[in-house]
Design a protein around this ligand. Sequence first.
Ligand code: TYM
Length: 369
Amino acid sequence: MAEMIVTPWEVKGEIDYDKLLLEFGLKRIDEKLKKRLQKKLGDNIFLRRGIFFAHRDLDWLLDEYDKKNYFYLYTGRGPSGHTHLGHLLPWIFTKELQDAYNTKLVFQLTDDEKFLFSSTLSVGDVEKFTNENILDIIAVGFDPKKTEIYTDMRNAKDFYPQAVRVAKHITFSTAKAVFGFENDSNIGKIFFTSMQAVPAFIESVNKGKNVPCLIPHAIDQDPHFRVTRDILPKLGYYKPSSIQCKFIPGLGKDGKMSSSEPETCIFTIDTSKDIERKIKKAFTGGRESLEEQKKLGGNPDICPIYQYFYNLFEEDDEKLEDRFRRCKNGKLMCGECKQDLIPRVQKFMKEHQERREKAKKLVSKFLVK
Ligand code: TYM
């Protein structure tokens, strides 16, 4: 089995979420908490299927909400390339939270991060992807009256004075221990987590009073917020709460969907033909031959195609279960399963792309000047 690596910059191997939960010190979303969220969110697929599965201090945040101490949301994107399906998942959930709780959202684009951590991207490249990614963020459907998009470099005037307050409390040895930096890591990398901490308290700074914050994200980003949570009380702010999802896998074997392997990745700019080609070539949980598959059945547990139905493309639990069963029993072949998925992903992306086109006229409504 490939070794599991999960950091904000690298996710590899077969991911053992139970182990990560323990290693990171996260809490599982239990039935009670799930029901509490479902009261507002309704029968949400991401909660029902345990896709959003872990948290930090979410119960505290909801207690505060009940006391009318309302929270805001904060999430983000590192603009290192085009947006893919995996990035959309936490954003879709964030939109559902925004609608259900009627909250403000602060969205951060870490253009500085992607320049500092890449060996190939120039500042200009990152700026280009920032503009592209902004269209995807808007296309998710966030409320323009309640959403502010910041980019670290363009909004440095707001961000930098706050980031230095955080940085003063983080030693090099903490950064090394949490993120694995070495002595030859560039010093921008070592500073960077201070920038990702800022939106977790920027609303408190702007409002001049403490405002609770909830950060939805996939589990890879948690190390940043572990550090943030240690520092913010020292500056007089609340620790941010967070809620974590699992990863949508790439179309290859093991690991999350990642732009570094474009053929295993479904991007929001992909054409219907791209989508068809990539899905047809995808790794599956199928057997070597049709005969074997009929005799022994497939393995949906390791199959990215099944995961796509599970995460986004089959809302109906009974139909999903039926697909699982037919695969296991050797009744459903991989080719047929892929053919079922292709039009669903194509439709999803076509609709996203239509909204993405319209987003071009809306950008100024979302950006913080
Ligand atoms: P980035 O751009 O790598 O990812 C953006 C968001 O997508 C999540 N994610 C995924 N979720 C499900 N399946 C996948 N395959 C997948 N790949 C990525 C990430 O966890 C993230 O939530 N440094 C950050 C940007 C950032 C941020 C934040 C993210 C700044 N502030 C606050 C979350 C919350 C980054 O590079 O994310």
